[in-house]
Design a protein. Structure first.
Length: 102
């Protein structure tokens, strides 16, 4: 995943170019990718201040799940974990504070 530095991001925003809120490499686990896709769509609904902090959380989670998906001892447990995360998100603050849909 390409990394865009803060100065470059600021320069791009000053000149009115849009950047995607976040991008993730699919985990290959449908339940996790579904959650991440919905979370990514949610980021677009946020103001800049909130988007920055939630994007950091999103990127960390996406990277962690991608790494764990290749771990033979943990990977098989991820579909259930991601399903539980998705169910919890349906009543969480991303829905109540930002109107996101999970």
């Amino acid at each position: 995943m390409p990394h865009i530095s803060k100065p470059l991001t600021s320069l791009i925003l000053v000149f009115g170019l849009a950047l995607p809120a976040a991008a993730f490499e699919p985990t290959g686990i449908a339940e996790c990718d579904d959650y991440l896709t919905k979370y990514e769509a949610c980021l677009a609904k946020m103001d800049d201040k909130n988007r920055d902090s939630y994007t950091d959380v999103f990127n960390d989670l996406a990277q962690q799940w991608k790494e764990l998906s290749t771990d033979a001892s943990v990977g098989p447990m991820l579909p259930q974990q991601c399903t539980e995360e998705l169910e919890a998100a349906k009543t969480g603050n991303l829905v109540t504070d930002f109107g996101c849909e999970f």
